[in-house]
Design a protein around this ligand. Structure first.
Ligand SMILES: Cc1cc2nc3c(=O)[nH]c(=O)nc-3n(C[C@H](O)[C@H](O)[C@H](O)COP(=O)(O)OP(=O)(O)OC[C@H]3O[C@@H](n4cnc5c(N)ncnc54)[C@H](O)[C@@H]3O)c2cc1C
Length: 251
């Protein structure tokens, strides 16, 4: 509203609505209520332990003063293509729980994000909660980005998850990018390049190259398209190397 992107006639304050502030885990999902503050995500011991990539992502959202008030739902619905929470929603195949006065429905993240600041949510709908699907417990992870200053929106952001079987071959791979298109994207070509392969620097470099070729980044006042493409390759490679170090049970 400060940027005059939205000039609503009526404003509904969700602060008094009960039941939107819960953080709930089961074996399959983390359910984040729409009014959970970003700071509460950051401070949640259970999120740090069970879904540490979310903790790493939220620490890169703005500054503490903003995270104290900013909500999970506000960020997820605002749908900035460089924002960390929508990136994680795409990386973790999240499901959005929406409700209006008559009915409820669920929408997968891949269908929810439709373009720049554009989602599938209807004017009469409320986001109630977002269910992040839990990755395998032993997989490695990394969420990293390049921004002009700490706390700025990312020029490019990446979230990766990496798991491998007993034979050392990759059996779980997620590569998602923010800031390279009108909405956060999963890079399936990079995931396919990783699946079934043995971990290693050369593979990560190749996956970074595949990701860089798969995107068609925008130009804006912050960066050229080619610089964003370059960052994509570098960040994917770095994030995969970090994720490899974090795979549990590896020597
Ligand atoms: C200086 C600054 C720097 C920032 N840097 C970053 C950054 O680096 N990374 C990042 O990810 N974010 C960043 N942000 C965004 C910030 O973290 C908040 O997510 C954002 O401002 C939204 O705030 P809010 O939660 O109060 O939502 P609001 O501003 O209240 O809502 C945002 C939009 O979502 C809609 N909405 C909110 N809740 C719901 C709901 N439950 N159901 C349906 N619609 C809903 C609103 O109608 C509105 O259109 C930054 C913000 C500022 C001001």
């Amino acid at each position: 509203m400060n940027f005059r992107l939205a000039q609503p006639h009526n404003l509904i304050d969700l602060n008094g609505v009960e039941g939107l502030e819960q953080i709930q885990f089961d074996d399959q999902t983390l359910s984040l209520g729409a009014m959970v503050r970003q700071r509460d995500v950051e401070r949640s011991a259970s999120i740090a332990e069970r879904l540490p990539i979310l903790r790493e992502a939220i620490e890169q959202v703005a500054h503490p003063a903003i995270r104290n008030r900013g909500t999970a739902g506000g960020s997820l619905v605002h749908a900035d293509p460089s924002a960390e929470l929508p990136l994680l929603a795409v990386a973790l195949d999240a499901t959005f729980q929406l409700r209006n006065a008559r009915a409820s429905r669920s929408v997968a993240a891949r269908d929810f994000y439709q373009g720049y600041l554009l989602t599938d949510i209807a004017p009469d709908e409320l986001l109630v909660a977002t269910d992040f699907h839990m990755p395998p417990a032993d997989c490695g992870w990394c969420c990293t980005e390049i921004a002009r200053r700490h706390g700025d929106f990312a020029i490019v952001a990446v979230a990766v998850l990496l798991g491998c079987g007993r034979d050392g071959r990759i059996d779980f791979a997620r590569v998602a990018l923010g800031g390279v298109g009108p909405a956060p994207l999963r890079i399936l070509a990079a995931e396919q390049a990783l699946m079934g392969a043995g971990l290693g620097t050369e593979l990560f470099r190749r996956a970074g190259d595949v990701a860089a070729q798969a995107v068609d980044p925008p130009v804006d006042i912050h960066a050229s398209s080619s610089y964003r493409r370059h960052l994509t390759g570098v960040l994917v490679r770095r994030a995969l190397a970090t994720a490899e170090r974090r795979i549990k049970g590896r020597a």
